[in-house]
Design a protein around this ligand. Structure first.
Ligand SMILES: Nc1ncnc2c1ncn2[C@@H]1O[C@H](COP(=O)(O)OP(=O)(O)OP(=O)(O)O)[C@@H](O)[C@H]1O
Ligand SMILES: [Mg+2]
Length: 264
């Protein structure tokens, strides 16, 4: 079957990652369709980054399979990776290149033909992310948010059909975060599949058609907001309520009281 006919853009099949005694990811499965924005939520250390790194081929799974547009990321890496744009939790952006040089470097790496089309795309991205007047400066002189934006621009210049984004709005100011949200919506409307992790629940609620909540390596709920509410048995719950209900951990109020209790 031609993989390009496959409506499933990302598939995690029972992914497991063992680090020594830690089972960071313990049998995670889900699918993301073309044109869908899928949110991946979970507490610190729950396994989001490890899952995303397995899906993009940066980390090899202990067992299970990761498919991009039907291509196994380890079995058919070139086919899978050519369709994929991955933004790491700590995006790699070359400090010794200028913003513009970095985009040129990535475009060359992915063998995008040089010419007016590539140039146009680069100018548009630099303008969109408000980096056009800083494009001649070394990335080492960029602020955190500017690095995040040039990292995003380096994915988007290739126009991948699948985006895997680990905390894409991390460190962005409200205006830039809105820009990224609007951009992802527009890309999804044009058929791009987007899988993003975020701790900002309002981003997830506003943007994601479906959400998966991961807790200590396991997916504890997947679905639309309504489906998550049904799974948690709370009809009117906010995403924050659902998140706190579905992920483990003692009540913070109890911990704070213990912390502040007079010595006994
Ligand atoms: N390279 C590694 N070696 C050993 N343990 C690791 C490694 N990478 C991740 N882990 C462990 O795997 C678990 C899941 O980590 P992961 O980074 O996937 O969490 P996360 O959900 O992305 O958390 P956060 O919200 O803090 O980014 C944690 O217990 C972490 O310490
Ligand atoms: Mg992470």
């Amino acid at each position: 079957m031609a993989a390009s006919m496959n409506p499933t853009a990302v598939e995690a099949r029972t992914l497991v990652k063992q680090y020594g005694a830690t089972r960071a990811v313990d049998g995670v499965s889900f699918q993301v369709g073309r044109g869908e924005i899928f949110g991946f939520l979970g507490a610190n250390g729950a396994g989001k980054t490890t899952t995303l790194r397995m899906l993009c081929g940066l980390v090899s799974p202990t067992s299970g399979q990761a498919l991009i547009d039907g291509f196994d990321i380890h079995g058919q890496p070139l086919e899978a990776k050519s369709r994929l744009g991955y933004l790491d939790e700590e995006p790699f952006v070359h400090p010794h290149l200028t913003g513009r040089e970095f985009l040129e470097y990535i475009a060359d790496l992915y063998r995008m033909p040089r010419g007016p089309e590539r140039q146009r795309r680069m100018e548009r991205l630099l303008r969109l992310f408000e980096l056009a007047d800083r494009d001649g400066e070394l990335i080492s002189a960029y602020s955190h948010g500017m690095r995040q934006k040039i990292g995003l621009a380096s994915l988007l210049i290739r126009e991948p059909s699948v985006l895997l984004l680990d905390e894409p709005t991390n460190g962005l100011d409200p205006r830039s975060a809105r820009l990224v949200k609007d951009l992802l919506e527009e890309l999804a409307a044009r058929g791009t599949a987007v899988l993003l992790s975020t701790h900002i629940l309002e981003v997830a609620q506003a943007l994601c058609r479906r959400i998966a909540i991961i807790d200590r390596g396991h997916i504890v709920a997947t679905g639309t907001m309504d489906e998550l509410r049904a799974q948690a048995g709370s009809e009117h719950a906010s995403l924050e309520d659902l998140f706190l209900k579905l992920t483990a951990g003692p009540e913070s109020r109890e911990l704070i009281e213990r912390l502040l209790a007079p010595n006994s």
